[in-house]
Design a binder for this molecule. Sequence first.
Ligand code: ZN
Length: 238
Amino acid sequence: MDPANKALVLFSGGQDSTTCLAWALTTFASVETVAFDYGQRHAIELECQKSVLAELKQQFPHWTARLGAHRQIDLSVLNELSETALTRDVRIEMDERGLPTTFVPGRNILFLTMAGILAYRRGAGHLVGGMCETDYSGYPDCRDDAIKAMQVALNLGMDARFVLHTPLMWRDKAATWTLARDLGGPPLVDLVRERTHTCYLGDRSQRHDWGYGCGQCPACELRGRGHARFLQSFPDIL
Ligand code: ZN
């Protein structure tokens, strides 16, 4: 497989990375996925990965041949090192620096480094991630410049030629729902709604028109607001 035709997608089982995976499946001949387990409180998202991958294969047979191995990497060391609302029982709020307590410092730097190591071995020339600067949660390592700097660092440090793709970088959440519709029509929108998980609290007991979640945390609010705006443009999609 030519590295130019092979991509590795950072895939968490959430809305953003599932949409990125669909984007990669329409863009590259071969696509593999990697997930990172760092003992985050929404371990339920890791369960969603299996369900999303199974449904994608079942509902989009033309993508099945392109979709290769899925790997889960243990990064529990991140949980040991950092003290945030995603790795500890800490309230979700803004800290004194104006950053949300859900911010895990260095997380995307670590994820992209790990993904680069795996892509190097697997012969994949493209890394795809759901980082986004538009509906900005205040995470510095989601910014376009941080991702571009990581591309340069990986290529210099590994003497490689990776291209880092962030299809959602300049899309808000409504546009992310719209992208899912463009890539896979209503069946993909349904799959994202029913199978993916974004809620910080890991709550899947409540069903909303945008999917499952507590409905209160910042991730649920963002997903719900984006879905409401998406419905204004495509009211027949429900
Ligand atoms: Zn929530």
